[in-house]
Design a binder for this molecule. Sequence first.
Ligand SMILES: Nc1ncnc2c1ncn2[C@@H]1O[C@H](COP(=O)(O)OP(=O)(O)OP(=O)(O)O)[C@@H](O)[C@H]1O
Ligand SMILES: [Mg+2]
Length: 393
Amino acid sequence: MFGFLKKKRKSLIGLDIGSNVVKILRLDVSGDRPLVTHFAMSDLPPEAIVDGEVMDRELVIQAIQECADKAEIPNEPVASAVAGRAVIVKKIVMDQMSEEDAREAIYWEAEQHVPFDIDDITLDFEILNEDIGADQMELLLVAAKKDMILSHADLIRDAGFTPLVIDVASFANQNAWEFASGEAVQLPEIDEADLAAEPSDEMDEFLGEEEADGAEEETAAAEEEGEFVALLDVGGGVTNVHIVKDGVPYFTRDLPIGVAQFSEEFQKQLGLTYESAQSVSRGHIDDVDEQLVEDIVRTVGAEIYQGLEPSLSYLKTSGETDGIDRIVLSGGGAHLPGLCNYLAESYDIPADISDPLSILDYDPDLFVGTDSEELSPLLTVAVGLALREGVQS
Ligand SMILES: Nc1ncnc2c1ncn2[C@@H]1O[C@H](COP(=O)(O)OP(=O)(O)OP(=O)(O)O)[C@@H](O)[C@H]1O
Ligand SMILES: [Mg+2]
């Protein structure tokens, strides 16, 4: 491919196949602000995806097609993501060498750091510090399981779409946050042929981030350089913890607590139906005992707090930081009543709820029947995907 023949994509479809809800969203990125042109979501039965793995392909394909039909989405290439557990992010130290040589040597190094067969993974890295003394350098290693990425791409093809980008959900979350907080990233070039042949090319995208010229208005988050931000995506059944600083992911892992665990406690302790408990999870507490709801959120939320501890000790013992500076909540559980406050108080740091729609233009009719503000955090991964504006020849 010749770079000068390439032109920027003007739009991209983000397809977030969550274990509870499939979301599809198309962004037109040709103007000053991205514009949402199409949107829909569909529920997935609980048995379709379990622990991030697709158990029933047909159900998932049906949900994608139903979602695409509802959105009347054009048949254009899509960006989609596998769950966080498909990827390992680790900081490693190795002998100083050129980036080119490191690209070969990384496979030998990775064997010591990654608990999978080296033939089963696709690797990428970024040199974080070229010289840490004693002829050593520091790298960030990213390893993803090839089979998960390839079978996800197949799933999308079977649903009738062309996968342009297969990302990892936590990186898409990071992309949306960076865009919203003004740390807009310079996106590397992608083309379909690359993806089909070698998904590892896509890994560049996760890490090859530079500040773009004329980034969007800067918020306090972006101005304060070097903040350690914990992006917490509270999904249907899991919470993905993704810790980033200056565009570099330091840690990513899933905790087995999601909206379902909160919702079950609401049902049990407040004597609610499933539907009412779901409504409480979304922040509607007018008809229930507010104090009890808050207590439940604190008790279940404590498991997220405790689950975060090993990640933070890891950062501490590796000398990175004494603690995180900010929390950003996304996913369907972001509006769980009192959760954001609880986490902010527990760590004594600011906590925000992700609001990707606030940086996008859209016709409110697209979200008719739903409260778009309430929905916004749930769309973070889909928006982060649709913002992966690739390049087409
Ligand atoms: N407006 C909403 N529409 C649908 N579900 C919502 C809404 N608001 C909150 N929820 C809750 O959020 C859950 C889905 O959250 P989310 O879409 O983040 O999960 P997911 O991406 O499907 O799951 P995971 O990321 O764990 O695989 C639903 O199960 C529901 O309980
Ligand atoms: Mg999700």
